[in-house]
Design a protein around this ligand. Structure first.
Ligand code: HEC
Ligand code: HEC
Length: 348
């Protein structure tokens, strides 16, 4: 089974060679106006003039913060992660974190600031753990070479990421790639079919449920939308890597997503359980908002690196509604319990 997929993939990767070069030259310009049909729920663009919502964390930098399940305490100031990201569970990590991921360098923030100490990422950025270093390195190249942008020019953090990719060296990228490859992707995403979802507001670039005492509550979910929220606002703001997330989708979405995955043969390249095959990235259990943005970015051509050519025909034939459903379906699949072993020699 595995071998058949591998062969098919090898054939696909070879055939894409010349086509990729030609298609790249014809790709639509990724910058400029917001493309029609852009799913705003996935891109969470800033609301102009909106006041910052109250934080679940204390405002005093000296105030101690603790979260359930650990005896650790960090101050609010430490949690701002000016130099280093506080890790509530260093015992969960494998291998030694390289300096670029831990501290960053002049002009580059530490990778863990946004992608978290385990590389699991958050809905507004990206999961970067348990991928083949080959895939990881290709993404850094694509950011650097202008082949990977956001379809939404307002998505400031993707532009920041592009700046970092231009500033890191290949050695730093490889050190980060190999470190994050060792971190298992956590099982922390829950997808719930429901007619209602929490009322949300933008906080730190992502949606968070409005607390009940601040006017929160449930409201009807719009058709073809996913409402993805952390299960605990304070733990999310404190970058707790054991905290779980819930994505609410309208009833029937998961079945529709499963059918889309079958029709478009996602498993052929991404693995039977969408757990990834070699350099083809895993999709299982990842943020559906992130997955949806990537699908839409491929569709508009904003993301068009050499391997993205394999995704181009897939997304061309699917509507935004189908892409939403398949994003939810992929998120609902549990990733493997432990990461597949990744060694330096396998990576090269
Ligand atoms: C300021 C926040 C931020 C920091 C710090 C950051 N990134 Fe990112 N990263 C992002 C965003 C945002 C994306 C793309 C999300 C999108 O476009 O939807 C991304 C995407 C990525 C991807 C692509 C993941 C995928 O699944 O394709 C890789 C690889 C990556 N970053 C590596 C790094 C490395 C290495 C560092 C440290 C040198 C780093 N990032 C630091 C915000 C950040
Ligand atoms: C012919 C092989 C192939 C098929 C079929 C395929 N993919 Fe992909 N997919 C790829 C490759 C290769 C990449 C890496 C692209 C790159 O490097 O930019 C990718 C990347 C992605 C990404 C970006 C992941 C990340 O971490 O940034 C998403 C999301 C995705 N695919 C979803 C899907 C879905 C959903 C389907 C089915 C509807 C699908 N793919 C079908 C080959 C395929």
């Amino acid at each position: 089974m595995r071998r058949t997929y591998g062969v098919l993939l090898a054939v696909a990767l070879v055939t894409l060679g010349t086509a990729a070069v030609m298609a790249q030259q014809n790709a639509p310009a990724p910058t400029g106006p917001v493309p029609p049909g852009l799913p705003e729920w996935a891109y969470t663009p800033p609301v102009p003039g909106a006041p910052p919502p109250p934080s679940a964390l204390p405002s005093d930098d000296n105030a101690p913060v603790s979260i359930p399940g650990t005896t650790k305490t960090f101050t609010r100031g430490q949690l701002r992660a000016q130099k280093e990201t506080m890790d509530w569970y260093p015992e969960d990590r494998r291998g030694n974190i390289p300096n670029i991921a831990r501290f960053g360098k002049e002009g580059v923030r530490q990778c863990t600031l946004c992608h978290l100490p385990d590389g699991s990422g958050r809905p507004e950025n990206a999961p970067i753990s348990s991928y083949s270093p080959v895939y990881f390195m290709q993404q850094m190249q694509d950011f650097r070479n202008g082949l990977r942008k956001s379809a939404d020019p307002r998505k400031a953090n993707t532009n920041v990421m592009i700046g970092f990719a231009k500033a890191t060296t290949p050695e730093e990228d490889l050190a980060a790639a190999e470190y994050f490859a060792q971190q298992p992707y956590p099982r922390r995403m829950k997808v719930v079919e429901s007619k209602t979802a929490p009322k949300v507001r933008m906080q730190g670039g992502m949606h968070m449920a409005i607390p009940a005492n601040e006017g929160g509550g449930m409201e009807p979910i719009k058709a073809d939308e996913i409402v993805e929220v952390p299960d605990d606002n304070l733990r999310a703001e404190a970058r707790d890597t054991r905290m779980s997330w819930t994505a609410y989708v309208p009833p029937g979405t998961l079945n529709r997503g499963k059918q889309v995955a079958a029709k478009a043969q996602c498993a052929l390249c991404h693995g039977a359980n969408l757990e990834g095959i070699g350099p083809v990235p895993a999709l299982a259990g990842r943020s559906p908002s992130y997955t949806m943005r990537q699908l839409f970015d491929f569709k508009t051509g904003a993301r068009h690196g050499p391997w993205g050519e394999l995704m181009r025909p897939v997304v061309a034939n699917l509507s935004v509604q189908e892409l939403t459903a398949v994003s939810a379906y992929a998120a609902s699949i549990q990733p493997p319990v432990a990461a597949r072993p990744t060694t330096t020699s396998a990576a090269r």
